[in-house]
Design a binder for this molecule. Structure first.
Ligand code: 5AD
Ligand code: FES
Length: 352
């Protein structure tokens, strides 16, 4: 057995590696197939061939932040901004429920228009009508008090990517007004309140190095999130990062496999960004160890305006079209979509 194969075997058995071993498998494509096979095996052991779907409702593209990589940043004056009303959001859920979605994800920029009372009102309305569904929020950094209010109103899960676990790199990706420290505190608060918590990062973001990726993996090990979302960084023309290259398909797939092996129980999406850099990106993501897809339920009239990055897929398709399209894609990749909330299967082993 080659040295690299031995490292993959060790990762599969121990769910952990030393820094130099992680660096070795991150920096070569030689073990990508072995990694993907091992990750696929691990996912099958725990989740079988089930794939969970999450209906994504991009309800506002207003954002008070100015992240250098993001197309809906405050200073992008080219973007026409929109907000969905509570009624419009609920009608996305109605469509989604009919299509078999049992998780709704409300995602938006950091938009103070939706204050805590407004958010709680919307959360209550959705949970009253669909008590059998999970509700996930992805609306950025808020106070402990706000998170607690959302949780008490009935929200079940929260997605907040840490983006990078290196504070210097965090500074290179975000303006002074934001900090890694605050991001981490938000994540710890979400966990302690009882949310099923998701974190993650972009692959191939400007200035990223292997050592930062190792920090990302170590930070995730500390946090132990139920959900881990990663996708390639994709350049957006109206951002300060317009001249940087997008991240690669290969490295993203490699990291999905490594993350599956490190976190056998995690819910890992094959993201829209992955599907946007390669036509079969999401299928490859599933084969590399992912077990979630998050098709869009937002009204087609606003989809193009939720432009986090250039050339985002599915901006012209209706919810039902994406649902049907994904049904086939998932099936052709050797898996099946299930109608279920798709909660995390709790970890019964102690991770090292
Ligand atoms: N490319 C890829 N992903 C991006 N995100 C924001 N901007 C981009 C981009 N240009 C991701 C961030 C954020 C999530 C909602 O979208 O990681 O957390
Ligand atoms: Fe939207 Fe394929 S998932 S068109």
């Amino acid at each position: 057995m080659s040295g690299l194969d031995q490292i993959v075997k060790k990762l599969t058995e121990d769910t952990m590696l030393a820094d130099d071993e992680l660096a070795a498998i991150l920096e070569t494509n030689e073990c990508d197939n072995t990694l993907a096979e091992a990750a696929d095996g691990k996912r099958r052991e725990i989740y079988g061939t089930d794939v969970y779907i999450r209906g994504l409702i991009e309800f506002t593209n207003h954002c008070k932040n100015n992240c250098y990589y993001c197309g809906i940043r405050r200073d992008n004056a080219q973007l026409s901004r929109y907000r969905l009303s509570g009624g419009e959001i609920l009608s996305c859920c109605d469509t989604g429920y009919e299509l078999g979605f049992r998780t709704f994800v409300m995602q938006g920029g950091e938009d103070p228009f939706y204050d805590d009372d407004e958010m709680c009102k919307i959360i209550h309305t959705i949970k009253d009508k669909y008590p059998d569904c999970a509700l996930t929020l992805s609306i950025g950094e808020k106070s402990y008090k706000s998170y607690k209010m959302y949780f008490d109103a009935g929200a079940d899960r929260y997605l907040l990517r840490h983006e990078t676990a290196d504070s210097g790199h965090y500074r290179q990706l975000h303006p002074q007004s934001m900090s890694l420290e605050n991001r981490k505190e938000c994540l710890m608060n979400l966990k302690s309140i009882g949310f099923q918590t998701g974190s993650g990062f972009m692959v191939g973001s400007p200035y990223q190095k292997t050592e930062y990726l190792i920090d990302d993996l170590r930070f995730l090990r500390e946090l132990e999130p139920e959900m881990i979302g990663i996708g390639p960084y994709i350049t957006h023309q109206n951002t300060p990062f317009k001249d940087f290259k997008s991240g690669s398909l290969e490295l993203t797939l490699r990291l999905i496999s490594i993350i599956r092996l490190m976190f056998p129980y995690a819910l890992i999406p094959a993201t829209t960004a992955l599907g946007s850099i390669a036509p079969n990106g999401r299928e490859l993501g599933l084969k590399a160890g992912a077990n979630v897809v998050m098709p869009n339920l937002s009204p087609v009239t606003v989809r193009k305006q939720y432009s986090l990055y250039d050339n985002k897929i599915c901006t012209g398709e209706e919810a039902a079209e994406c649902r049907g399209c994904l049904e086939n894609r998932v099936k052709n990749a050797g898996f099946q979509i299930v109608v279920a909330r798709g909660d995390v299967k709790k970890c019964s082993v102690t991770l090292t």
